[in-house]
Write a protein that binds this ligand. Structure first.
Ligand code: IPE
Ligand code: IPE
Ligand code: MG
Length: 259
């Protein structure tokens, strides 16, 4: 059940009216490409890692706000399969930040009834980081509030290849048993995705103005609405989130049909 709007948005900036939000049309599934930490740090002549650290508060606030509004799935893009190309100290720092943040936040998330999951290949992460995500998943698995999906070492193409492999394995088993191998259906294919059982994002929000997908949820975003804001991720908060949701609610979703 969503909380009252004046509780969720107590001090809106001038010109932004939280009551414009239609609580009947809150997206069930929101995905966020959290971008701009580096630029935020650069503007302040700080190390990039300081930007990532500053981004944690934005993550915290977005989770809380989405959960209060009744969003059912919030997926946050935290580390892509391409982000290993970054300088080693940044990668190491990010992995450490993920582990420490997850450990520090898990109890609060649990109290709020949030269920934590991950998508992506965790096998390549340092043990500490993998354990922190694994423990959060275990601890919160029976919660029935919002599902927080952390995309870490996630790549849409890699995920699609995994699903192809799963289809091929299934076909091989059928063939071995003497059965007739059939072409995969969308439903069969989706069983091989990390997101199996989760709804596709209604809206993908990207911060810091870049108009690209960067290998995020390639299969799942077939009919997602895109909202791009110029705000850098560490400056993102409940009010910028509200602006994105209002933008989304102004869209006419047709799914290939007619209006
Ligand atoms: C997003 O911020 C965080 C991660 C990809 C981990 P960036 O680090 O990409 O910030 P910019 O794009 O360099 O400003
Ligand atoms: C996308 O941001 C990945 C995450 C937010 C984790 P990037 O900063 O890595 O994307 P590009 O390089 O600008 O496309
Ligand atoms: Mg970036």
């Amino acid at each position: 059940m969503a909380k009252p709007l004046d509780y969720i948005f107590p001090n809106p900036p001038a010109g932004l009216d939280p009551r414009a939000l239609d609580l009947e049309r809150i997206p069930e599934s929101v995905a966020v490409i959290m971008d701009g930490n580096g630029r935020w740090a650069k503007k302040r002549a700080l190390n990039r890692l300081k930007g990532h650290k500053a981004g944690i508060e934005a993550v915290r606030e977005t989770i809380r706000c989405a959960s209060d509004l009744g969003v059912k799935y919030l997926t946050i893009y935290s580390f892509s399969t391409e982000n290993w190309k970054r300088p080693e100290d940044e990668v190491v720092g990010l992995m450490d930040l993920f582990a420490k943040t997850m450990l520090a936040e898990v109890d609060g998330l649990h109290e709020e009834g949030v269920r934590v999951r991950t998508i992506g290949d965790l096998s390549m992460l340092p043990q500490e980081t993998r354990d922190a995500f694994g423990e959060a998943w275990e601890k919160t698995r029976d919660n029935d509030g919002m599902t927080l999906v952390v995309a870490v070492n996630y790549g849409g193409r890699q995920e699609i290849l995994r699903a192809c492999e799963a289809c091929m394995r299934r076909a091989a088993l059928v063939a071995e048993a003497g059965g007739e191998v059939e072409a995969p259906t969308e439903e069969m294919f989706e069983e091989g995705l990390y997101t199996f059982g989760m709804p596709d994002p209604d809206v993908v929000i990207r911060t810091s103005g870049e108009m690209r997908v960067s290998n995020f949820l390639l299969w799942q975003i077939a009919y997602s609405e895109f909202v791009v804001t110029d705000v850098l991720w560490p400056d993102f908060n409940r009010y910028t989130f509200l602006e994105c949701l209002l933008d989304y609610q102004g869209r006419d979703r047709r799914f290939g049909g007619v209006a």
